[in-house]
Design a protein around this ligand. Sequence first.
Ligand code: 5AD
Ligand code: SF4
Length: 490
Amino acid sequence: MFENIDFDSIDLTQAPPEDEPARQYYFIAKCRQYVKAETECSGHALTAAVVTFGCQMNARDSEKLSGILESIGYVLTEDENADFVIYNTCTVRDNANQRVYGRLGHINSLKKKNPHMKTALCGCMMQEPSVIEKIKKSYRFVDLIFGTHNIYKFPELLAEMFESGTGGGDGTHRMIIDIWQETDKIVENLPVERKYPFKSGINIMFGCNNFCSYCIVPYVRGRERSRSPEDILAEIRALAKDGVVEIMLLGQNVNSYGKNLENPVTFARLLKEIEKIEGIERIRFMTSHPKDLSDELIQVMKESEKICRHLHLPLQSGSTRILSAMNRRYTKEQYLSLVEKIRKEIPDIAITTDIIVGFPGEEPSDVDETIDVIKKVQYDNAFTFIYSKRTGTPAASMENQVDEAVVREGFDRLLKVVQDTARKRVARLEGQTLDAIVEEVNEQDDRLLTGRLSNNTIVHFPGDKSLIGRIVPVYLKECHGFYYVGEIQS
Ligand code: 5AD
Ligand code: SF4
């Protein structure tokens, strides 16, 4: 692992190696010299902020960016008034893009006060050509832009940025842009800085082949690529040695893990291997596509002591007509019978979902169908989204886009049902004592700790912060909507 690498002993008089990750280690060593020189020059430790938008995949990518920034000598901070700021962007809905533009305006004003400040943009939004055009035109002060396929090249790109110098948009400034359309390259063993010492996300696959007709992800994240089971298991073993007890396996569609490997292996088999790793006590995963969820997986979950009692199973719509236009490749009835099968085998499982309201052609009667599924499934939680038109996707050019007021009406109606059913469903555990992993001190009240049950429900309870990272039994005293207030049982 990279911890053993002595970056200072890398010979920078030689040309950079061709092979990864040695090539990136070389550039880490190079960047360390720049950061050291700037630190001496400015007289203060250089700070760097990594700001994450979007999903768990981005959160994990941000840990990689943080690891690299730390290894080149930056001190990490959450304050955006830093010497280096990078936005790891999301583009799944248009409001994610708008948030980034808003924040860039703020960065511009900070940069005027600190001309040495450097800024970078990466992530899904950068894979869209129209975004790059807009940034080139209206946000000239940005120093570095890269996409989702070459994040491993971050040290090399940083070195290029340091070499070219920055100039705060005064004409001498060069914006470095490196966007790839596709890659099958997966580079292992780069530095990672975990946000939590006791839990970690692990990418098991990248990209998506499903092409749901509303979704931009396959265009910005590329085709499905699975990491080898050996690499995944080695990473998890190293994490366990480092004190990690809970892991979250990440992929856009984990149920199709392993299909494209030279020696194909199923997701269920991978889980069985992970389960054997000593020290790992909890295993989570997301996201599951209903069309690919196998009986083998249900059995492995049922028999497992470690796989958490939670399944995120995006529904998107309960109307078979809309599901077909969405290219989801299951019907309302197939989804319901899948849920029934899962609940029969694993009765205590919590099921959560994603729902889109306002897909082109959706009628109020289609929303009724979705509401019917919500009532039948009794989700523990549902993330509801208003359909957002993403240029380049098939749905964006459908003619029957729904009127905004009609969408709003359907959304509000659906949200009310989601909240009412989830509140009742979550409350079913009142009076029970269940294990919770202690995650942090409560943000609002520092006498309380915040923990998470196997089924992903949050519980707040009095306790000392020395318990963070431990799994403790908690009596679930009162349910407050989506979370519990409880007490540790000794
Ligand atoms: N509009 C609204 N929601 C979307 N999602 C994906 N694409 C869109 C879109 N164009 C939602 C889906 C997915 C979640 C991550 O984001 O519900 O499951
Ligand atoms: Fe998007 Fe569908 Fe792939 Fe999920 S499965 S990332 S919704 S295309």
